[in-house]
Structure formats: structure tokens, C-alpha cells
Design a protein around this ligand. Structure first.
Ligand SMILES: Nc1nc2c(ncn2[C@@H]2O[C@H](COP(=O)(O)OP(=O)(O)OP(=O)(O)O)[C@@H](O)[C@H]2O)c(=O)[nH]1
Ligand SMILES: [Mg+2]
Length: 338
């Protein structure tokens, strides 16, 4: 799955594919022992070339698009939300059908041409062949367009590796989520477009010797009550759950984010009930300007206070998850099919 974004080719439309096949065929001429033989050989070569182009193009698409089963995993869930896995499978199935039909038609037409000695019949077999070839390709025209669109959507999906232990940051807008991800990441986080919000998803990496962890900020997804969401956002939150090994929930006691601690705590409880199987680390931000009474974990990305302890605690938890994941799926197997 990892390299898929670069390997999917541009998908030709039905007209473009037929143009390509016809143009290639039209360039071919063969010389025979007499005019009938010349016509026969040229026709055989043209039928072969145009059929082969359609077949190899379609089979090439089928091989290069990622195989995708609906499963309890982040990426397939995301793909399902963005392009629809059923429609996707139907499109690849349609290409397979057209490739198979093309091959049968080609072989049948070649046999018929070889059998006849009548130039008029050769001509009519050729015409019939092109007509049916065009009709097969036209029948999958919607599927080709769909796949070209899917290719663009694949390209825009964020590159998050579900095999790497991942902390996801939640909390109301402006509480300091992005500041935390940036502070804690080893390098500047990447910002990738995310199909469910206007803001980009922020993906930071934490290097821990030879291990690597991800810390992800998903603006617009975990900053509101789950029940207030539309269906697609709900599904997106569910997809996110497959990715989340640890949830970091940020409370802003200064309330400079614009939300009271009361509503922030309500959101925390909501997240807790929706991510009940995920460990949640609650941390209070902006301790340089305001601290709540009590024993909360406090951080400030401005003064740096509490950041070292917080990072160490997080890394400890992620290491533990790393070991659990390694146990559950030995390295060779988690390395993907290729
Ligand atoms: N004083 C102080 N300000 C902070 C701290 N962390 C973040 N801020 C400020 O709080 C504001 C919001 O911070 P962000 O990190 O953008 O918050 P966010 O949660 O990512 O916000 P959204 O992306 O809108 O959801 C910014 O003006 C930050 O400069 C902190 O530790 N101390
Ligand atoms: Mg942010």
C-alpha cells in the first residue's frame, strides 16, 4: 500500500483508449505475396495490435490500482469514505470483463480472417471487430472516469502509516493542539489535505532511536460532540479510531481558546465514551498563563514547562504499544505484501 500513490497511471477515457488503439493499428501495413495476402496480413496485424492495446491497458490498470477490502483498518475505511469501495470494486471488475471480452473477440476475428479468401468478407470482419471493440470500451466508460477520479483522490489522501504507533490529539479549537504536535515532533510536521475538513491534517513524527512514532492532529474531527456530526463525519471519526493507539486530550484552563472548562470537560467525556478502548492522556495547556487548581498534568509550548515530562511519558506509552504491535504481527508480516 505504501507506494501506491506514485504508481497508479493516468486512466484514459473510453474515447482516448479507442483513439490510441485505432491510431496504432492504422500505422501498420504488411506486405503479402499478392493483394489478398497483403490485405489479410495487414488486417490480422491491425486486429492484433488494437486488441492488444485495449487488453494490456485495462489489465495494467487492474494491476496498478490497489486491491482494497473493507476491513477494520484506517486506510481502507478512509478510502471507502472518500471513493466508495463497492463502486471501486465494480469498476475494476468492469475493466476485467472488457479485457476478457476483447481477447475473445480478437481471437475469434483473427480466426475468421484467416479462414476467408474474400476481400469483402475480410473488410466486413474488420468493421465488425472495430465496432464491437468500441462498444466494449464504451460500456466501461463510466468505470474509467470513476477510476481516474479515484486516482486523484488516492493521491490526496494523507500518508499515515497504520503500522506505526500513533498518538492522536483531540480538544476544542485553539486549545493548543497544533502547537503541541509541532513542539513534540522531531521535524516540522507535514500538513496533508484531509477530505473531511477544510483544515489540513497535521502529521508529526517522533524519533526514538531506531523507532518512529506518529503524532496526528485532526482539526475539525475531535473538537465537537460526536452526536452533533453528520454521518460522513461520524464514519471518519470511526476510521480514526483504527489509527489511534493513544489519545491526547488537551484542556485549556485559561479558556483563551473561547470555550469554558465545563464544555471542554463535556467533550472529554464524550471522547472517552466513544474511544473507550483507547488510553486517553489528559493534559492542560497554556500553564504559562493560567493553571487550574489540583493535580493535573500541565504543559506550555510557550515556556516549555512540563514538556519534557510529558514527552517522556508519551514516548514510554508508545514504546509499549510498539512492543505489543511487534508481538501481534512479526516484522516480516507487517511489512505489507511487497
Ligand atoms: N500562552 C500560551 N499560548 C499558547 C500555548 N499553546 C498554544 N497557544 C496559543 O493558542 C492559540 C491556539 O493554538 P493552536 O496550537 O493553533 O491550537 P489548535 O488547538 O491547534 O487550534 P485549531 O487548529 O484551531 O483547532 C495560538 O494563538 C497559540 O499561540 C501555550 O502553551 N501558552
Ligand atoms: Mg490546529
Amino acid at each position: 500500500m505504501a507506494g501506491m500513490k506514485t504508481t497508479i497511471p493516468t486512466v484514459l477515457s473510453a474515447e482516448e483508449l479507442m483513439d490510441k488503439a485505432f491510431r496504432r493499428a492504422a500505422k501498420i501495413s504488411k506486405k503479402g505475396s499478392d493483394s489478398l495476402d497483403t490485405k489479410k496480413k495487414t488486417t490480422l496485424a491491425r486486429i492484433t495490435a488494437s486488441g492488444d492495446i485495449v487488453e494490456t491497458t485495462l489489465v495494467g490498470y487492474i494491476q496498478k490500482f490497489p486491491r482494497m477490502e473493507k476491513q477494520d483498518d484506517f486506510f481502507p475505511e478512509l478510502v471507502n469514505l472518500v471513493i466508495g469501495i463497492d463502486r471501486y470494486k465494480k469498476a475494476l471488475g468492469a475493466l476485467n470483463w472488457a479485457a476478457g471480452r476483447t481477447e475473445l473477440l480478437k481471437n475469434q476475428s483473427l480466426r475468421e480472417v484467416r479462414r476467408t479468401k474474400d476481400p469483402a468478407i475480410i473488410e466486413s470482419i474488420k468493421k465488425g471487430y472495430y465496432g464491437r471493440l468500441g462498444s466494449y470500451v464504451r460500456q466501461i466508460s463510466d468505470d474509467l472516469l470513476f477510476l481516474q477520479d479515484a486516482k486523484n483522490k488516492f493521491r490526496d489522501l494523507p500518508t499515515i502509516d497504520p503500522h506505526i504507533p500513533t498518538a492522536v490529539v483531540a480538544g476544542f479549537p485553539n486549545v493548543g493542539k497544533s502547537s503541541l504536535v509541532t513542539y513534540i515532533s522531531t521535524a516540522a510536521p507535514e500538513i496533508a489535505p484531509y477530505p473531511f475538513t477544510t483544515k489540513g491534517i497535521t502529521i508529526g513524527h517522533i524519533e526514538d532511536g531506531w523507532r518512529k512514532f506518529q503524532i496526528v492532529d485532526t482539526p475539525g474531527l475531535l473538537d465537537r460532540d460526536f452526536d452533533d456530526r453528520n454521518d460522513i463525519e461520524k464514519q471518519a471519526v470511526l476510521a480514526l479510531r483504527y489509527l489511534t493507539d493513544i489519545m491526547i486530550f488537551i484542556l485549556d484552563p485559561s479558556e483563551t481558546c473561547g470555550y469554558s472548562m465545563e464544555v471542554q470537560t463535556k467533550l472529554l467525556n464524550n471522547i472517552k465514551s466513544n474511544f473507550s478502548d483507547v488510553p486517553i492522556v489528559v493534559v492542560e495547556s497554556k500553564c504559562d498563563i493560567m493553571q487550574s487548581p489540583g493535580e493535573a498534568k500541565r504543559i506550555s509550548t510557550v515556556s516549555g514547562e512540563g514538556m519534557e515530562d510529558f514527552r517522556n511519558e508519551l514516548v514510554d506509552m508508545l514504546r509499549k504499544i510498539f512492543r505489543e504491535k511487534a508481538k501481534a504481527a512479526p516484522l516480516e508480516e507487517s511489512e505489507e505484501e511487497e
